[in-house]
Design a protein around this ligand. Structure first.
Ligand code: CDP
Length: 647
């Protein structure tokens, strides 16, 4: 593939290499590095995952062909799997097996790799762990979550099953302390694991909007300054049916808070609940909203194993014990050579091939993964969740000179994700023909011609019309017989892997166009490294004076810099330059073609009022969203990124 040749020899930046050295290069038991180059990492992952193909073939050339494609995708950083795959593939295995040239690698070697997998080879980022309303079950869930977080996976839970605070406990005659008190137990477990684990532990807590403790839940992170209260949790209120809830708000209706295992019952105004959520989200970003009813509407197994929560960043809805491994294609590396989104372009086949190998890689990860629990292995193999998404959208838009916040750009976004979804599902169907359907296929909605996302109106764009037709044809035709994976598309935040790929993260606009990062040099001194978005640098070209550079670094955005022409300002927008409603509409069009979900933050300026936040919350109830996360600039003291002028 031509576009791969263009990127394969490009070395990762200094920033990416620092991250690799800090977190991704394998080390031995004494902390000595076993790897020192990106090439070694790419080879290790490609070989470990390709070894899963021994389950399907004895043809060594076929396995090598898969390894070679995986290697090229990863080495070029056009496609990267989620961090646990990068950390844990090949870990604790015989190094010699990964050092051999591909020509010398034998079928026995692949089999040895596959057979020597251990609990250290946990490759997935996303899990949902269930709990029952009993001490035993709650503390089992703590233990299960600990095992997952230890190897770098994130966990979501539905706390709604726990009886409200003050309910009777038959066994002790006492009163229950309620779901929020147990969230603190999970939080403490997460903080303890972090000290020995691969990365910061992350969790999602979900509570139904009609649980009697919902106000305590909404208030549970109220005093959060970014690092103290329930800081290993994101929290989301599950509003099962957002349209019904909207109607309740409009009619100023009553809402009964109740729980099947408790006599506690309260009646409140739906508007009081909404106002409290909005007020706290204005203060700290939490809680978000989650629309699990909509998740289930588009999930092919919802009649048997409904999804009950999402992973920590909200992009992956899962049923109890579900797991998903993610991977992301960097579209910024493709846009100059492939006319993405255009169904009539000659190079669509090149994108299709990239998607095919990415899907095959993720499907192989299901086999090469070692699961922390047998229940997780069981459902993961019965339904075969995978999540292929994109990163680099913002940088791709800069290159295409499309402003993130425009109607024309939203059409491009829709076409791009429609193309990704179509090719992903076609790939999953191709794999099913060779490897078999996911075992639950016949019980799923697919045999009835089910389309696992809402799509957008044909009329908005001629090309989109073509994608919509292809999608309908696929799901009413071949997909009624063949599907390897219950879900195929998820857009992750790509918080770490986008740095490794030197691209913008997920589908987010760039938070800043420039910043200063401090690195420790060989002598142990902290040295400032300033970064300016390279596409902007190229665009400004020889007009980039030292003074201008300094001003961009100072401000992080170019909107208030006099010497930059308006055409450039329009294109090179940052998260904070984009009105919140345009963030929301971007999420809406992208979500319209995703069977799982996407990670997206609706950034709002510091000056936004509680009413402004409410308007966004209300609008979100109407669109094709599966959830909502907002962040008002400066509302947490420990914000991850700020421009130099705010430090
Ligand atoms: O870029 P990377 O693969 O490291 O991760 P991401 O795309 O930022 O996050 C994907 C998912 O990984 C999250 O939604 C979590 O489920 C999990 N995660 C985690 O458990 N702990 C973190 N510190 C970051 C992510």
């Amino acid at each position: 593939m031509q576009v791969i040749n263009k990127w394969i020899e490009k070395e990762p930046s200094q920033n990416a290499v620092t991250i690799l050295r800090d977190r991704y290069f394998l080390k031995d038991g004494e902390g000595n590095y076993l790897e020192s180059t990106w090439d070694e990492v790419a080879k290790r992952i490609a070989r470990h995952v390709a070894a899963a193909e021994v389950n399907y073939t004895n043809d060594i050339e076929e396995i090598k062909n898969a390894e070679e494609h995986f290697y090229q995708l990863i080495k070029s950083r056009i496609f990267l799997p989620n961090s646990p795959t990068l950390f844990n593939a090949g870990k604790t295995m015989d190094r010699q097996l990964f050092k051999k040239d591909i020509e010398e690698t034998t079928l026995e070697d692949y089999k040895t790799i596959f057979d020597s997998r251990t609990k250290h080879n946990m490759l997935s980022a996303c899990f949902v762990i269930p709990m029952d309303d009993s001490m035993n079950a709650i503390f089992d869930a703590v233990k299960n979550a600990a095992l997952i977080m230890k190897y770098g996976g994130g966990v979501g839970y539905d706390f709604s099953v726990l009886r409200p605070k003050g309910s009777s406990i038959a066994g002790t005659g006492g009163k229950s302390s309620g779901p929020i008190s147990f969230m603190h137990v999970f939080n403490t477990a997460a903080s303890t694991i972090e000290q020995g684990g691969a990365r910061r532990a992350a969790q999602m807590a979900v509570l139904r909007y009609d649980h009697p403790d919902v106000f305590d839940f909404i208030n549970s992170k109220k005093d959060n300054k970014g690092s103290n209260v329930l800081n290993y949790f994101n929290i989301s209120v599950n509003i099962d049916n957002p349209k019904k809830f909207k109607k309740m708000l409009e009619e100023d209706g009553d809402l009964t808070l109740e729980h099947p295992t408790s006599s506690i019952k309260k009646t409140i105004k739906a508007n009081d609940l909404m106002n409290k959520m909005v007020e706290n989200a204005w203060k700290t970003g939490d809680p978000g909203m989650l629309f699990l009813g909509r998740h289930n509407q588009y999930y092919a197994m919802s009649e048997h194993t409904p999804v009950t929560a999402t992973n920590p960043c909200g992009e992956e809805p899962l049923p109890p014990f579900g797991s998903c491994n993610l991977g992301s294609i960097d579209v910024a590396k493709l846009v100059e050579d492939i006319d993405l989104g255009n169904p009539n372009s000659e190079d669509a086949s090149e994108f299709q091939e990239i998607v095919y190998w990415a899907i095959r890689f993720l499907d192989d990860v299901i086999e090469s993964n070692i699961y922390p629990l047998k229940e997780i292995e069981e459902i993961s193999k019965k339904q075969r969740f995978i999540g292929l998404g994109i990163m680099g959208l913002a940088d791709a838009l800069y290159k295409k000179e499309l402003p993130y916040n425009s109607e024309q750009t939203r059409k491009f976004m829709a076409k791009l994700i429609a193309e990704l979804a179509y090719f992903s599902h076609v790939a999953s169907t191709e794999l099913a023909k060779e490897r078999g359907n996911f075992p639950d296929f016949q019980r799923s909605k697919y045999p009835n011609g089910f389309i696992p996302f809402p799509m957008l109106d044909d009329e908005i764009d001629e090309d989109l019309k073509v994608w919509n037709q292809k999608i309908r044809q696929h799901f009413q035709g071949e997909a009624t017989k063949y599907k390897r994976n219950v879900q195929t598309n998820t857009i992750a935040p790509t918080g770490s892997i986008s740095n490794l790929a030197d691209t913008s993260s997920g589908i987010e606009p760039n938070f800043l166009l420039s910043y200063v990062r401090y690195m420790t040099n060989k002598e142990g001194d902290r040295v400032p490294l300033s970064y300016i978005n390279p596409i902007l640098m190229e665009k400004i070209g020889t007009n980039m004076t030292e003074e201008l550079k300094a001003e961009i670094i100072e401000k992080g955005s170019i909107q208030n810099i006099e010497n930059i022409p308006d055409e450039i300002k329009k294109i090179f927008v940052t998260s904070m330059d984009i009105p919140p409603k345009d963030h929301l509409l971007a999420q809406h069009v992208i979500q319209s073609y995703l069977d799982a979900s996407c990670s997206k933050t609706i950034n709002m300026p510091k000056s936004s009022t509680i009413e402004d936040v409410k308007a966004i919350y209300l609008q979100a109830l109407e669109l094709n969203l599966k959830g909502l996360t907002i962040y008002r600039d400066g509302s947490l003291e420990t914000q991850v990124l700020t421009s130099a002028s705010k430090e």
